[in-house]
Design a protein around this ligand. Structure first.
Ligand SMILES: O=C(O)CCC(=O)C(=O)O
Length: 261
């Protein structure tokens, strides 16, 4: 299978072509072995505290777990997010996902909002949730709780057929992402995707950061945690949406987060 693998760091013209064509790309070797270990241990704690029984997503783990917090503005990934969005965006949410050992396939979906779905806004579906998925366990072959995506489907005017979705069936153009722990998958909310089955004996963990335009509401929190906001960095505070707005409708923009300080 072709693989849209790009290098860490700056968002190049080729990265842009790949992202526009497929709706996603993959970066290998983003995290060090120590970062992976710390984030994996943090993920286990976060899910134990939440009592996740089987498959589950826990938000706000970055508030209590510094290893997970560190992924929010990772130096290998942030230039890609800035390259795609420009400098004004927020962390809409951070979800830590557990796929239990021997876990089953998830259902096909596009990311969005049940309250007012993104496909009601326009065609093609706009980019409103740009996701960076940090793989914390190996997904080097199919059947390891991989992500499965349909390349280019973010531009499809036709929905994935109901007959496929009801049976959670396969398509000849879907792509099971295979990559080692420490890799990151960056993808557009409108790409059709699902969690692939997990046939191994360990729980699979992935830390997903979702970046959105600054006028969207956070989706993992009603308000920012004040202790976290006091102790985190100025850049992360700004990415959490804590910045001074010169006027209500954003007409004058706002001071960009301190990316370079
Ligand atoms: O399996 C995962 O980690 C991701 C689940 C998913 O598809 C989603 O959160 O939209």
């Amino acid at each position: 299978m072709l693989n849209p693998v790009v290098s860490a760091g700056a968002y190049t013209e080729l990265d842009k072509f790949i992202f526009e064509s497929w709706g996603y790309f993959i970066i290998h070797d983003v995290m060090s072995k120590d970062e992976i270990k710390q984030c994996l241990e943090a993920s286990v704690r976060v899910h134990q505290a939440a009592g996740t029984p089987a498959f589950g997503q826990v938000g706000r783990g970055y508030e209590t777990e510094s290893a997970l917090e560190g992924l929010m503005d990772h130096e290998a990934i942030l230039p890609k997010i800035r390259g795609i969005y420009g400098d004004r965006f927020i962390v809409q949410s951070g979800w830590n996902t557990k796929q239990p050992a021997r876990g089953v396939m998830g259902g096909w979906h596009q990311d969005g909002s049940g309250a007012y779905n993104f496909n009601q806004v326009s065609y093609p579906v706009p980019l409103l949730q740009l996701r960076a998925s940090f793989l914390l366990t190996d997904q080097t072959k199919p059947g390891m709780g991989n992500m499965e995506l349909i390349p280019g489907s973010h531009r499809s005017a036709a929905p994935l057929p109901g007959s496929i979705r009801e049976k959670n069936g396969d398509t000849p153009i879907s792509h099971v992402i295979c990559a080692p722990a420490g890799s990151v998958l960056v993808f557009h909310n409108a790409v059709w995707h699902r969690t692939y089955e997990h046939n191994e004996d360990f729980d699979r963990y992935t830390m997903h950061y979702i970046y959105s335009p600054p006028w969207m509401k956070p989706s993992d929190r009603f308000e920012n945690n004040s202790e976290f906001m006091q102790r985190t960095t100025p850049l992360r505070r700004a990415l959490m949406g804590d910045y001074a707005r010169p006027e209500a409708p954003f007409a004058g923009g706002y001071t960009v987060p301190p990316f370079d300080s």
